[in-house]
Design a protein around this ligand. Structure first.
Ligand code: ADP
Length: 479
């Protein structure tokens, strides 16, 4: 028996069954049924958020702190159950699902604390007797549009600061992972949010998402997803003169130098390129390796890939779960074919795998002999596919690493302080890792990239304030 999960609009759960949520590890398993909102519901949700804004934006820090803290506590107490359900709908492993759920709890805890640390500045005016105050206020109605690859962490890192700084929300999660989105909204609703402060509108991007983009009453949009949709968000937001923040793709380089600790480099590459089935915008998809370590590195990766357990996400032994759905699987396979046509050598994997139940299982794929000009080096694949680019030395490695339209994360494996320091300074990415995987970040520091990867202020940590608030400068002459 599946339960129908409804949308939350102005404090009421509404809607009829519209879409089914399928487990990618076993397509016979239906996770649940979900309401699918249309443009009318999106409009109602936006209107409710607009009405709720004045009171919520003036609520005291203790009110907001209480809701966020209670939410964090409930997510943490239910981490195993929520993490399992996340793994069931998205296909990442149980450990990754529980880890991501804990991350969501940490994010709510962090922003609960931020409500008590709000501050402003006061300075003397250039005019004697006049005081100047600089304060921050909520922006208004924030539209939150999220992708499927982090079903609970990405909604958490947008919803928590939006609420902490006094905004009201219309939240549209990705259609593939509505259960995690619904769960987080249910917890926040029961934690005591006034009606209309947080509205959930599950449904199609082209319908519900587009209705949000087209509304003059949405004052800011925080979006994570593809470059194509990000550009639509940008164009529509300029039209309405609203704030917008975009997190999009990556083609993240991991540089491995001759002097690297081989075991560290292999750990970084396997984790960064293949864990979470390679479905992370921070995944290492280009492995840029200098000549003297190249063959040892490739052999060691192949050996490691051969031992990885690929299977049902809910099996505790699984290290890599299935691809999220048929469309993504086809995209991964298409890129594997493109890589071969372009002349790269498929050194490992790339075949579909049969498991006990029907699911989207793909053997991790490793290309060698690739160049940085190939499409597999330039376009985001978003699957368990990586390619090795052989380079002469550090200088060439850095040039290749930076030669990309993206700039989210980058990494270097080296024991040279000189090269590590130079790379940190000269890598054209928003986040740089030394002897660490390109994926895997902390929750209390800024997240975001450069070039085609991101647009607008950083997310997470105290830097999140920049997007979710607007500055007011007030002048007072006391007389
Ligand atoms: P992905 O390839 O990660 O699915 P998308 O950009 O298609 O990336 O999706 C990210 C989010 O954007 C999803 O919630 C999706 O429903 C939403 N979306 C897709 N099209 C639109 C649109 N035209 N307007 C607003 N949101 C959209």
């Amino acid at each position: 028996m599946t339960v129908l999960r409804k949308n939350l609009i102005d404090g009421e759960w509404l809607g009829e069954a519209g879409s089914r949520n399928i487990n990618p590890s076993n397509t016979n398993d239906v996770v649940g049924e979900y309401a699918s909102a249309g443009p009318e519901e999106a409009k109602q949700a936006i209107a409710a958020a607009k009405t709720a804004f004045p009171a919520w934006s003036r609520s005291g820090p203790l009110t907001r702190h209480a809701v966020l803290k209670k939410t964090s506590d409930e997510i943490m107490a239910r981490k195993d159950e929520i993490g399992r359900s996340l793994a069931r709908e998205e296909g990442k492993t149980l450990a990754e699902g529980v880890g991501e759920t804990i991350r969501a709890a940490q994010l709510f805890d962090f922003f609960a604390g931020e409500t008590l640390r709000l501050s402003g500045e006061m300075v003397p005016s250039v005019r004697p007797g006049v005081g100047v105050e600089m304060t921050r206020e909520g922006v208004g109605v924030v539209g939150i549009i999220t992708p499927w690859n982090f079903p609970i962490a990405i909604p958490a890192w947008k919803i928590a600061p939006a609420l902490a700084y006094g905004n009201t929300i219309v939240f549209k999660p990705a259609e593939l992972v509505p259960e995690s989105a619904w769960t987080i909204v249910d917890i926040l609703h029961r934690a005591g949010l006034p009606k209309g402060v947080l509205n959930l509108v599950m449904g199609k991007g082209s319908v519900v998402g587009q209705a949000m983009l087209d509304s003059p009453d949405v004052n800011a949009i925080s979006f994570t997803g593809s470059v194509g949709t990000g550009k639509r968000v940008a164009a529509a937001s300029v039209e309405h003169m609203r704030k917008f923040q975009l997190e999009m793709g990556g083609k993240n380089p991991l540089v491995v130098l001759d002097d690297a600790d081989l075991a560290v480099a292999v750990d970084c590459a396997v984790n960064g390129a293949y864990f979470s089935t390679g479905q992370r915008c921070t995944a290492s998809s280009r492995l840029i390796v200098t000549e003297a370590i190249h063959d040892r590195f490739v052999d060691a990766i192949k050996e490691r890939l051969d031992k990885l357990v690929i299977g049902d996400a809910l099996d505790a032994k699984t290290q890599i779960g299935p691809v999220v759905d048929q469309t993504q699987l086809k995209q991964d396979e298409d890129y594997i074919a493109i890589g071969r046509q372009e002349g790269a050598e498929l050194a490992f994997g790339g075949d579909r795998l049969e498991r006990g139940a029907p699911g989207f299982y793909l053997q991790p794929a490793l290309f060698v002999g690739s160049t940085n000009a190939m499409r597999i080096s330039r376009e985001e694949i978003f699957g368990p596919v990586a390619n090795v680019i052989r380079v002469k030395d550090y200088d060439e490695a850095l040039a290749v690493a930076n030669d990309t339209p993206f700039g989210l994360t980058s990494g270097i494996c080296t024991t040279s302080l000189k090269h590590a320091t130079h790379f940190k300074r000269n890598s054209e990415a928003g986040m740089v890792m030394v002897n660490l995987p390109t994926a895997g970040v902390d929750f209390h520091v800024p997240f975001g990239g450069r070039k085609g990867s991101s647009y607008g202020p950083r997310e997470q940590g105290r830097y999140a304030m920049e997007f979710y608030t607007t500055v007011k400068t007030a002048y007072t002459f006391a007389g």
